[in-house]
Design a protein around this ligand. Sequence first.
Ligand SMILES: [Zn+2]
Length: 80
Amino acid sequence: MSTPTPQATRPDPTMTPLTVADRCDKCGAQAFMRAVFPGGGELLFCGHHGREYAAALSGSSVHLVDETERLNDKPNAATD
Ligand SMILES: [Zn+2]
């Protein structure tokens, strides 16, 4: 009897959607932007700080994942 490994391969952080549990590293608000550094580190930003840092980080090799369009999404958008 073998126990299956839930995550055999490590998911690409840039492909993992941000959740309500992800918090801005600057102010602690819900994160909507992720900055992934070449070395593997990452920073999370809320919409406000994401926009603030996006300009500074663009052009560098930091990979920015912008999910700020989800700001208008309701957490449980069932029917509309
Ligand atoms: Zn913030």
